[in-house]
Write a protein that binds this ligand. Structure first.
Ligand code: ADP
Ligand code: 5GP
Length: 211
C-alpha cells in the first residue's frame, strides 16, 4: 500500500469538571497511541500531579511571556487560572499526522474549531446527573470544599456550551463511554477527506492503465 501522510486529528474533549474527561482522555491516548496535549497552566499542582505529564506548571510571568511569543494555539482563563495549548503540538498533528487529544474547556474548544475546522473533532462528556457529578468531585478529594463549590457553579456554565460540540457522550459507565469515544475517533480516521489522497492516487493509476 502506498504511504500517504494523513493530517492528524485534533480530538477535543471537554466537560464540566468531574464528569470524567481526564480519566477518559488518558485511556484513549494509551489505547489508540494518540498524543495527549500537555497544557501549560498557572494553577498549582494537585497532590500526585506530575510536571510535564499532567501539565506544564508555569509562573504567571512565564505564561505571559509565552502568550506574547505566540507559543499557544489557544489559551483561556478557567476557574481563575490561565491554561494554554502549545502551538507545537497542533503543528505536529497537522504536519506529521500525529493524532492528538486535547483536554480543554469550551473556550479552548471554540478556538481550535475556529482555526482548524476540518481537522478538529469536538466531543463533550456529560455526567449522568448533577448529583453524580457532585459525588465524583467529592470522592476525588483533590479539591477543597470551597473549590468543589466553585467547580459545581462553573459546571453549569460549561454545560450551557454543549451545543458547540459535534458529539455528546454520557459517562455513566466508564467502559461504555470509552468505547463510544473510541468509535468517534475511529470514524474520524475513516473520514473521506483523510483518505482522499490514496483514493485519488488509485484512481489515476487505473486511468493510466486504461490508456
Ligand atoms: P474531569 O477530568 O472531568 O474533572 P476525572 O476524570 O478526574 O474528571 O473524574 C472525576 C472522578 O470521577 C475521578 O475520581 C474518576 O475516577 C471518577 N470517574 C470517572 N468516570 C467515572 C464513572 N463512569 N463512574 C464512576 N466514577 C467515575
Ligand atoms: P483542572 O484544573 O481541573 O485540571 O482543569 C480545569 C479546566 O481547564 C478543565 O475544564 C480543563 O479541560 C481546562 N483546560 C486544561 N488545559 C487547558 C488548555 O490548555 N486550554 C483551555 N482552554 N482549557 C484547558
Amino acid at each position: 500500500m502506498m504511504n500517504f501522510i494523513k493530517r492528524g486529528i485534533l480530538m477535543v474533549i471537554s466537560s464540566p469538571s468531574g464528569a470524567g474527561k481526564t480519566t477518559l482522555t488518558k485511556r484513549l491516548a494509551e489505547t489508540h497511541n494518540m498524543l495527549f496535549s500537555v497544557s501549560y497552566t498557572t494553577r498549582s499542582p494537585r497532590a500526585g500531579e506530575v510536571d510535564g505529564t499532567d501539565y506544564h506548571f508555569v509562573t504567571n510571568d512565564e505564561f505571559t511571556r509565552m502568550v506574547e511569543a505566540q507559543e499557544f494555539a489557544e489559551w483561556a482563563v478557567v476557574h481563575g487560572n490561565r491554561y494554554g495549548t502549545s502551538i507545537a503540538t497542533v503543528n505536529r498533528a497537522i504536519e506529521q499526522g500525529t493524532d492528538c487529544l486535547f483536554d480543554i474547556d469550551y473556550q479552548g474548544g471554540q478556538q481550535i474549531r475556529r482555526q482548524w475546522p476540518q481537522d478538529s473533532v469536538l466531543c463533550f462528556i456529560l455526567p449522568p446527573s448533577m448529583n453524580e457529578l457532585e459525588r465524583r468531585l467529592r470522592e476525588r478529594a483533590t479539591d477543597t470544599a470551597e473549590a468543589i463549590e466553585r467547580r459545581l457553579g462553573m459546571a453549569r456554565k460549561e454545560l450551557a456550551h454543549y451545543h458547540e460540540y459535534e458529539y455528546l457522550v454520557v459517562n455513566d459507565h466508564l467502559d461504555k463511554a470509552f468505547s463510544e469515544l473510541s468509535a468517534i475517533y475511529v470514524a474520524a480516521r475513516c473520514a473521506r477527506f483523510r483518505n482522499e489522497p490514496l483514493a485519488q492516487s488509485l484512481l489515476s493509476e487505473v486511468v493510466k492503465r486504461d490508456h
